[in-house]
Design a protein around this ligand. Structure first.
Ligand code: FAD
Ligand code: NAD
Length: 159
């Protein structure tokens, strides 16, 4: 099986889009990620999967904290910024949740402390113990088959 076939298949799993953020000595670093999952309710745990070449990897190892910012439909540009897909550098202002850096306007901001890390193949799974959450009533950004999408409101069925 080649890499393209694997990626094409995995891309058939429609996901939201998050920006994972962390902070080391006052420097905030963000990275776009869709490998995010809820893990446990008691205790409240989530997981993110970070590639071995990603700069954010060592930063999370050092800081032992991260936030997951679930992007809204109007935040595609932020996804592109934090995936390194824009040529020009854009300043992004972060706000704080539980003292950790989060993105304003996200559908959900989830603040975490690293409770475990597991190296699996060419990625590291970080398990995060959730310390705080902030929610906004907005539509999410969706990623499917390598393209950004948004949810289309369901048409009411008339009988
Ligand atoms: P960089 O490439 O240095 O950072 C990414 C970009 O963010 C750079 O352009 C940088 O300038 C900008 N940036 C960082 N911090 C700031 C800041 N404070 N202010 C302004 N700009 C800043 N990779 C994974 O490992 N796991 C995934 O689950 C994953 N999912 C993805 C989902 C999607 C939809 C996409 C498009 C990409 C995904 N990637 C994922 C790939 C990942 O986003 C890129 O490889 C990314 O460039 C790696 O980031 P980095 O930490 O190496 O840092
Ligand atoms: P794509 O066709 O490369 O990816 C489709 C799906 O394949 C992704 O949603 C993910 O589930 C999986 N995938 C892709 N690259 C992977 C990797 N290195 N490790 C594990 N799973 C991976 O989609 P695209 O729009 O071309 O993606 C843009 C860029 O972002 C690419 O460079 C891609 O490698 C990267 N990306 C990385 C991950 C990840 O590391 N988990 C996830 C998504 C996208």
């Amino acid at each position: 099986m080649d890499d393209r076939q694997f990626r094409t298949a995995m891309g058939k799993f429609a996901t939201g889009v998050t920006v994972i953020a962390t902070e080391v000595e006052g420097d905030i670093h963000g990275m776009t990620a869709n490998a995010f999952m809820s893990v446990s309710l008691d205790p409240k745990l989530v997981v993110v999967s970070i590639g071995e070449k990603a700069k954010i990897l060592n930063k999370i190892k050092e800081s032992k904290i991260f936030t997951v910012n679930i992007l809204a439909a109007d935040q595609q540009e932020l996804s592109m910024i934090f995936a390194g897909q824009l040529k020009e550098h854009k300043e992004v202002v972060f706000e704080r949740l539980d003292g950790k850096p989060v993105l304003a306007g996200a559908v959900a901001q989830v603040a975490c402390e690293v409770s475990a890390e597991h190296v699996e193949g060419d990625h590291t799974l970080f398990i995060g113990r959730v310390t705080d959450i902030h929610l906004e009533d907005k539509e999410p950004l969706v990623f499917y088959s390598g393209k950004y999408r948004s949810l289309v409101a369901e048409q009411p069925v008339t009988i």
